[in-house]
Design a protein around this ligand. Structure first.
Ligand code: SF4
Length: 327
């Protein structure tokens, strides 16, 4: 075992956070330290989360037709993909999906909208819908509706929303290479507004979009500073028609290494394996927990890319001796 990794791990297990220098050291390690990194990340996960794994589901209540130009996204109306046009689900379709998620034993139901933000009309709709899902169906409701201000966040909180999903996507420095239709500050301000309104924060990013390790560290440090409680990690599945269509995908070991490194930086924060998990990890699915993951998004489809059946994920968690967290 690499002695410096063990020392940093011990510090974390004793309740302290690693500093930037220690984090940079961990990122500098080569593949020969892969096993040590994962072993220690697993220890950190066990110490702070035990055997519990949060399983979330997500439904795109508004899919596609987005005015924004995020280069990785199939939902931008500016790219020639199957999601160029907007598709909106009815209340009944959303309630039905929530009922199905509950029946499968899932704890969190996430409603997400494509687009830069939401209108007043949509906010009023959500204020009626969220309490129905939460109280009548009995499942926690999370949501991501784009850039919002404090007043909008407060209204969502009052309606019963548990967590707001708003990703930083990448570092401040790399963001301008990926998105030009809105700025990084509007993302950070949305996260702060949601936090101030008392919402939990589901804030992470997407990897494999040309970012460097420095970008990955910068984003993780900002996430730490913002007091996020759940960090979705998405791994690019290049979509035909988008500017990143020909980007090489991340290899399974690289993804697992990155999950482990995020576990070191954010020891007490849920790390969620999200988009691209199934496509990019292939047969190494179950390793995500050993790398430090404490949450997954489950379901046949993850927005515009392939997902995995809830039954398969729940069985995987059980087979590993872990426990899916039920309401
Ligand atoms: S990531 Fe969100 S804001 Fe960006 S293009 Fe896709 S749906 Fe629109």
């Amino acid at each position: 075992m690499n002695r410096r990794i063990s020392k940093i791990t011990e510090k974390i297990l004793n309740g302290h956070l690693p500093d930037r220098q220690e984090i940079e050291y961990l990122f500098s390690l080569g593949d020969e330290n892969f096993d040590d990194l994962l072993y220690c990340a697993n220890q950190i996960r066990e110490k702070f989360f035990g055997k519990k794994i949060k399983v979330c589901s997500i439904i795109p209540a508004r899919l596609g037709g987005c005015s924004q130009d995020c280069k990785f996204c199939a939902q931008s109306a500016g790219y020639d993909t199957a999601y160029k046009d907007v598709k909106t689900l009815s209340d009944e379709e959303i309630l039905d999906a929530a009922r199905k998620a509950k029946e499968k034993g899932l704890t969190n139901f996430g409603i997400v909208y494509s687009g830069k933000t939401i209108s007043e009309k949509e906010l009023i709709r959500l204020e009626k819908l969220i309490p129905k899902i939460k109280n009548e169906i009995g499942i926690n409701v999370c949501g991501g509706f784009g850039i919002i201000n404090y007043e909008q966040a407060l209204r969502l909180k009052k309606a019963g929303l548990s967590r707001y999903n708003h990703n930083l996507e990448t570092s401040r420095n790399h963001f301008k290479n990926i998105v030009t239709t809105h700025d990084y500050d509007s993302r950070v301000e949305t996260v702060k507004a949601a936090k101030k309104a008392g919402l939990g924060l589901c804030t992470g990013g997407i990897f494999g979009i040309g970012e460097t390790d420095k970008d990955r560290i910068d984003m993780a440090m900002l996430i730490r500073e913002l007091g996020v409680d759940m960090v979705p990690m998405n791994f690019l599945s290049p979509i035909k028609g988008t500017p990143l269509a020909d980007t090489p995908v991340m290899q399974p070991r690289e993804i697992l290494r990155l999950i482990a490194l995020y576990r070191f930086i954010l020891p007490k924060v849920h790390i969620k394996a999200a988009g691209g998990r199934v496509l990019n990890l292939r047969d190494m699915q179950s390793w995500i927990f050993y790398a430090g993951t404490t949450s997954i998004i489950s379901g046949d489809k993850y927005l515009t890319t392939a997902g995995r059946a809830v039954e398969d994920d729940l069985r995987m968690i059980k087979d590993l001796g872990l426990e899916a967290e039920l309401v």
